[in-house]
Design a protein around this ligand. Structure first.
Ligand SMILES: [Zn+2]
Length: 124
């Protein structure tokens, strides 16, 4: 699982750049949700699970969240702290020549399946 500090830092980085990560309509919704959740976090509430759910809900923020949590560079972001071992990962279809890729933010998510071949992807 991710540390609360890492999730909060990731959410703040994404909130600052949400208009670049998402189409305008989705960006407004995500901005409103993140602002509300981060305000609750500032007040001392435990909102890590809700933040992760919000960040996962849209493809643009999901991809950026995954990369930031894994310590990868995203646009102008500097990588945050390294990812804990065994948390999520990148996956690829095992069928030769297939380019499909998937990911899991953490082990609570199901392993991805290839949309073309309906097989379970393998962790890279
Ligand atoms: Zn495939």
């Amino acid at each position: 699982m991710w540390s609360p500090e890492l999730v909060l830092a990731t959410a703040r980085a994404i909130q600052a750049d949400v208009s670049r990560l998402l189409p305008a309509g989705e960006a407004r919704d995500a901005e409103r949700e993140l602002t509300a959740l981060l305000a609750r976090a500032d007040a001392g509430e435990e909102v890590v699970d809700e933040l992760l759910a919000c960040l996962r809900a849209r493809a643009g923020t999901r991809d950026a969240t995954f990369s930031l949590l894994r310590g990868e560079r995203v646009g102008s972001y500097r990588p945050l702290l390294g990812a804990p071992l065994g948390a999520g990962g990148r996956y690829a279809c095992p069928v030769s020549g297939c380019e499909e890729k998937g990911d899991r933010l953490d082990d609570s998510e199901p392993e991805p399946r290839c949309p073309d071949h309906s097989v379970r992807m393998q962790r890279l």
